[in-house]
Design a protein. Structure first.
Length: 69
């Protein structure tokens, strides 16, 4: 939780994330939007100008294919 700080430098120096030991960022950031609607998550543009669009649903599928650690 942030408290009132007198300077940005102090805020930057003192800030800490409280991340649980077994935190899954994919679930926190992507899975909540993977609802079957095909909502756009990423647009990757290659050096030659071609692009690839990836939905949150596709991202969920890709993350579910990874072995659990």
């Amino acid at each position: 939780m942030l408290t009132e700080i007198s300077s940005y430098d102090q805020l930057y120096r003192d800030f800490r994330w409280d991340i649980p030991d077994h935190f899954n960022i994919a679930t926190a950031c992507c899975d909540r939007y993977a609802d079957g609607t095909g909502r756009l998550a990423l647009i990757y543009v290659d050096e030659d100008g071609s692009s690839t669009r990836t939905s949150f649903d596709e991202m969920r599928g890709l993350s579910c294919a990874l072995p659990m650690c």
